[in-house]
Design a protein around this ligand. Sequence first.
Ligand code: ATR
Length: 332
Amino acid sequence: MINSKTQLMGLIGHPVEHSISANMHNAIYKALNLNYAYLNFDVKTDDLKKAIDGAKTLNVLGYNVTIPHKINVMKYLDEIDFMAKMIGAVNTIHFKEYQNDKTKTLCTKAIGYNTDGIGAVEAITEEINLKNKKVVVLGAGGASRAIAFQIAISGINELVILNRTDEKAKILSNECENKLTQLNKSNQSNKSNQSNKSNQLHTQNNSKIKEKIDFNENMIFKYGNLLNIEEELKNADVLINTTSVGLYPNINDKPLAIADMMHSDLVVNDIVYNPIDTGLLKEAKIAGAKTIPGTKMLIYQGAVSFNIWTGHDAPIDVMEKAVYKSRSQLKH
Ligand code: ATR
C-alpha cells in the first residue's frame, strides 16, 4: 500500500510503455511486503540530467535505464561501478545517501551499474557450471558487450564472438581481452600489496556484482563472422544469441544456427524474449540441447538491480510469474 513512507524506483527510457519491468518489480514488493513502488518514466534525451537531479531531490531510491539512455546517462552520475565502466553502459542507478564530512549533512550520490551481463550469466549458470567452458556469442552490439565482459570473468576458458559485421566482433573481442587482462594484472598486484586493505576494484558497494570475478589467465578470445558458427559450435558448451534475429515482428527470421549445427550437450540462450520460444530455441530443442529463454536474463538483471537498491535477495519465482503474466497480457 502506498503511504507517506513509500520509496520510489523507476525505469527511465524512451519509449517505456512496453516494458514489463514495473510488473516484475512491483510483484516483488507485494510478495515481500516492502514499502516500495516502481513506475515507468518516459524521459527524452534532453531531459536526462533533470531526471537524475530530480531523483536526488525527490529521494528516489533507484532507476533502471533503458534505450536510448544507457550510455548518455553515465556523464550525469557521481560514481560508476567498474564493470559498467568497462562495458561502457549503465542500466541501473542507485541513489545512495551519505554523510558529507564537511557540512555534516546528508547528501545523495548517483551510482551506476550494469546488471545486463550478470543477469545473463546468472540465468546460464542455473543450467551449467561455466568453469573451463567454451562460449559462443552471436552479435557484437550493446547487449553482446555486457554479456561478453561478464561471461569472460565467469571462469570460462574460451570466448568466441561471431557477428554479421566481423570487424565489430574483432573490436569487441580485442577490447575484452585487453581490458580483462589489465584488470587481472591490477587485481594481482593489489592482492600482493599487503598495504592495500582490499582490492580497490571490488570495494565500491554492497552488491553481488563485485563477488563474481573468475578470470582464466589462459583464456582464448576468438572472433569471426556468422559463417564460422557451425565450426565453432562443434566443441562449444554454450551458445548465446544477442542479435535481434527472431525478435517480434520478425519471428520467422531464419535462426542463425540450426539443429544440425548443435549437439545435445549444448546450452542455448536467446536473449530475445518476444516471442519466448524463438526460432533458435526451437532448433536447439530439436537438437536435444538445453534451452534458456530471454525472460531469464530479464528476470535476473532485475533481481540484481533489486539487490543493489535494497540489499535483499529477490524472489525469482515471484518475478518469473509476473513476467509470464505480463507477457501473456501483451498483444504480441
Ligand atoms: P543491442 O543493443 O540490442 O545489442 P545493437 O547494438 O543494435 O542492439 O546490436 C544488434 C546486433 O544484432 C548486432 O550485432 C547486429 O549485427 P551487425 O553488427 O552486423 O549490425 C546484429 N543483427 C541485427 N540484425 C541482424 C541480422 N538480420 N542478421 C545477423 N545479425 C543481425
